[in-house]
Design a protein around this ligand. Sequence first.
Ligand SMILES: C[S@@+](CC[C@H](N)C(=O)[O-])C[C@H]1O[C@@H](n2cnc3c(N)ncnc32)[C@H](O)[C@@H]1O
Length: 316
Amino acid sequence: MLPEVLNALQPRPGQVFLDGTLGGAGHSCALLERILPDGFLWGCDQDGDALKAAAERLGAVPGSAGRWATKEMNFAGLATWVPAGSCDGVLLDLGVSSHQLDTPERGFSFQHDGPLDMRMSHRTPMTAADVVNGWAAGELARVFWELGDEPEGRRIARAIERERAVRRFETTQQLADAVAKVCPRGGRKSHPATRVFQALRLVVNDEMGVLDQGLLGAFQCLRPGGRLAVLTFHSLEDRKVKAFMRETAREYLLPPGQPDDPLLRIPCTPAATLVTRRSVQPSDAEIAANPRCRSAQLRVLERRPQPLTSPTPHAR
Ligand SMILES: C[S@@+](CC[C@H](N)C(=O)[O-])C[C@H]1O[C@@H](n2cnc3c(N)ncnc32)[C@H](O)[C@@H]1O
């Protein structure tokens, strides 16, 4: 989705950009090249390994010395690092990177055997093995359903409970096999453990929890007229991003705790404008070249040119 992201953010020389999910720095290098010679790029990632690789790539962009800064941190804390109202554009490209997925020792993938880890940051206190071996079957079933949309969540959780009474779950293969035993693949294209792995990854990294803070922090970093672009890869994330953007661009407020009843609406100047009313999706050609991007959705919001002191609907 690089062309779509560049089209949305429209980077120009001298501008300031922030990438809250540096990963392999593919997007960041493209942004940096376009804002040089006198622009500035802030970039963070909670994965220290990703950050090192990203810093090398940014450093290799000609003329980039002194024009970028990186930090190992969760994007939930963006507003404590990047000055409020300073950026022309912010990018959040959510989820795991291909590098993380393809590194067996990180334990994200059922396609490679590795330790059942799934932490994006080594500072995260809990691994997927802690969840699978330690949580009650009812809690596991809830997580598989709520974060994985897995209709067989209860059966899978009960099977995990039976198996861990005999032997602790330590590897991705062990878990993938246990799920496949309960839910054979049948005619499905995807592996039966896809949803369970997604749910565990979301819970281990508290991805839905930090997204709320990340979106708000990212928006606060924008200067008036600046744009926030968010790429999501599953419907739960997309729903949150869509709700945040719609609420920030809404032309009315509601009294606290009240339903959205037209009679209760209090008109206000919205803090932002929706650049994309519907999400932008990858082209067929891009999906053919990179099937992993098939579920990607891009949404873009523009901060309205108004004084920074005026409150946003979220701050009220
Ligand atoms: C999809 S990849 C980004 C790829 C990147 N746009 C590129 O061009 O290479 C997502 C990255 O975001 C990082 N990440 C995910 N959630 C994060 C969070 N809450 N805070 C900081 N980094 C996060 C992951 O560690 C991963 O490296």
